[in-house]
Design a protein around this ligand. Structure first.
Ligand SMILES: [Zn+2]
Length: 279
């Protein structure tokens, strides 16, 4: 086993960081950015997966990217101009406060139906046609619909059918299959608080184990199996999420099993979730 030492700063980095009104961005420099079109940039891996999804569904014929990565200054300028043009109520419902927008992470994209007039703040993104196909396939490429209808009290944001957030494939699958927002998932995964008792999901013939590690005040030490791929993301709140991939059926730890539906059968803690604006 290899020991990975995580600094306090790393709590605020990674594809699973929760960014909302309560949890702001501490670092305004996402990883490497890549152009999606002439004006719009995304974090590199997010852009790659978006492109693969679009290629599969022939998406760019009917869908346009409306907004990707924004600097804090850009978010401030959107906030200020919306306040002038639309007033405080609309602005608070659909525009995130500077420092609290997922767009500042480079992991979020607003998409709109390709048409003559596109509303920059609330673009049309119907659940039919190619847009509908995008929504159905999003989780398989690591994206979640970040602000779904019916979850406004949890996300604090009005329903936004156009705003997708990259979180990584296994996590998007778990969230979508269990109807969890990122706020809920961040809490939900905490019950799997040991790499020996992970959430387990089967993705593409491989077992993926997900577990939570609470952050210590200075450094956090995580033990990982270095013979298999792993990824550690901060949650931007209080801990880290460890994701480990294994070849299915080959080297499963004997305490862990995936069932055929890919649902967790390990860990017995009962989860109950006790929990409006644009981003
Ligand atoms: Zn957005």
């Amino acid at each position: 086993m290899k020991k990975v030492i995580l600094s306090r700063e790393e709590l605020h980095k990674g594809t699973l960081i929760l960014v909302n009104e309560r949890h702001g961005i501490t670092c305004d420099a996402p990883g490497e950015l890549t152009n999606v079109d002439a004006d719009i940039q995304l974090e590199r891996q997010t852009a790659v997966l978006l492109e693969e999804l679009m290629r599969e569904i022939g998406g760019w014929s009917s869908i346009v990217p409306v907004s990707g990565w924004r600097s804090r200054a850009e978010q401030q300028s959107i906030w200020d101009s919306s306040l002038r043009e639309n007033g405080p109520e609309y602005t608070r419902t659909y525009v995130a406060l500077p420092g609290h927008s997922e767009h500042q992470t480079g992991l979020a994209i607003d998409l709109g139906l390709r048409q003559e007039h596109i509303d920059f703040i609330c673009p049309a993104f119907p659940d039919t046609g190619v847009c509908g196909q995008f929504g159905k396939r999003a989780a398989d490429y690591g994206f979640i619909l970040r602000y779904p209808a019916g979850k406004e009290k949890i996300t604090g944001i009005g329903c936004e059918p156009w705003h997708f957030r990259y979180v990584g494939i296994p996590h998007a699958r778990i969230m979508t299959e269990n109807n969890l927002t990122l706020e809920e998932y961040t809490d939900y995964i905490k019950q799997f608080d040991s790499p020996l008792h992970p959430y387990c999901i089967r993705v593409g013939g491989r077992a993926v184990y997900v577990s939570y590690i609470a952050a210590n005040s200075a450094q956090t030490v995580v033990e990982v199996n270095e013979t298999a791929p792993y990824y550690i993301s901060g949650n931007n709140v209080d801990g880290f999420v460890l994701t480990q991939w294994r070849n299915f059926g080959s080297d499963l730890p004997n305490t862990d099993r995936c069932n055929t539906a890919g649902k967790a059968v390990v860990g017995s803690a009962n989860y109950r979730y006790a929990g409006k604006r644009k981003v």
